[in-house]
Design a binder for this molecule. Structure first.
Ligand SMILES: Cc1ncc(COP(=O)(O)O)c(C=O)c1O
Length: 351
């Protein structure tokens, strides 16, 4: 089994001039505290309930379902399960779908904790080679035909390459998944981090009704909310909720109220979060060009993730004090994110 990435979020150097390369997470955007205050006003109504919400707060499930409706994927609130972050959603889906020894597919570079979740249940992970894009159709077909039960994919601003899966590829992949009975878990946590308003194809589940979609409030709002969700076909909802209750009886009711406020306020907080990330991204690109001119940077339109190819051999030193790079962070190299083993020469640089 690959080395666990469990500590990646809690490694702090304690040196204010050191930028963590182990995660990509900004502080809460302006407007978050206001949402907590508005949620507090709605608290008396919540306190008259038991507060146990194994599938989620009804108002939040409705608000989340509307976000899918708005993206062209009609969704019944009963298809939504609110979880403890997207990570809670990934882990729950994987525990429900996969058993030890089952085959699963993941992009060759992927969100490391997502791949850890597959490995934690003993799945054998087949990695798609990440070449021009992370979803080579022929290789997906081969892994699917070899008996894969599930595929964990990140079609919206793929982590770490920030690529968006084109509509045509969604269609081809969905046809293969259906033919071979592969349940696709589409992690769309990064969907709302669309910094440049890039026009996106319909959600993957619009092409494949058996797919399970995963979303999160962490990226558009704040990681500290710990509210994510699953959108599942109706027949999978109850098995998911039952599995969930073996470890967790529901996400925090108050935080769910806060996210309901954030999703129904008209988009101001999400817009201010995007504006800040955009400024951080632009600052990062400017600093890279100034201080590391040999680095080849690329920054796909829309996402907060930038990449750079560096000249090898290379010793990276970052001369910019943290306070000047306030909205930038650099993330760990691809090795821990790669189900197939270490890679070199590419670093993701989420701003
Ligand atoms: C692709 C992807 N999925 C899931 C997560 C985890 O999200 P959450 O904080 O909602 O658990 C992240 C966080 O960076 C991510 O990039």
């Amino acid at each position: 089994m690959a080395q666990s990435t469990a500590s990646s979020l809690i490694v702090e150097s304690g040196d204010p001039d050191v930028i963590a390369w182990t995660y990509s997470a900004p502080p809460a955007p302006p407007g978050t505290a206001r949402a907590f205050q508005r949620a507090a006003e709605g608290l008396p109504g919540l306190l008259t309930s038991t507060g146990y919400l194994p599938d989620g707060l009804p108002a939040l499930r409705e608000a989340i379902a509307r976000t899918y409706d708005d993206r062209g994927l009609p969704t019944d609130p009963h298809q939504i399960i609110v979880t403890s972050g997207a990570m809670g959603a990934i882990s729950l889906v994987v525990r429900t779908l996969l058993r030890k020894g089952d085959r699963a597919i993941a992009e060759g570079l992927s969100y490391p904790h997502g791949v850890d979740a597959l490995r934690a249940v003993g799945a054998r992970v087949g990695a798609l080679p990440v070449l021009e894009n992370p979803w080579p159709i022929d290789e997906f077909g081969e892994l699917a035909a070899a008996g894969a039960h599930a595929a964990y994919l990140i079609p919206e601003f793929h982590n770490p390459t920030a690529t968006v899966m084109p509509g045509e590829q969604r269609e081809q992949l969905a046809a293969l998944a259906r033919r071979h009975g592969v349940r696709v878990i589409a992690d769309e946590s990064l969907y709302a981090v669309n910094l440049d308003g890039t026009s996106l194809p319909p959600p993957y589940a619009g092409f494949d009704p058996t797919a399970i979609s995963i979303g999160s409030s962490s990226k558009p709002f704040w990681g500290g909310l710990r509210v994510g969700w699953i959108r599942a076909p109706q027949d999978v909802v109850m098995p998911l909720v039952q599995m969930r209750m073996s470890t967790d009886l529901g996400a925090s009711a108050f935080e769910q109220l806060v996210v309901t406020e954030l999703l129904t306020e008209g988009g101001q907080t999400a817009a201010s979060a995007r504006a800040r990330l955009r400024a951080g991204r632009d600052q990062l690109l400017g600093l890279l060009a100034q201080h590391l001119p040999d680095f080849e940077t690329y920054c796909p339109s829309g996402d907060s993730t930038c990449g750079c190819g560096y000249p090898a051999p290379c010793r990276v030193s970052w001369p910019v004090p943290r306070r000047r790079a306030a909205c930038c962070s650099l993330r760990a190299p691809g090795s821990s994110a790669n189900p197939a083993g270490p890679v070199s020469g590419i670093y993701g640089c989420p701003t």
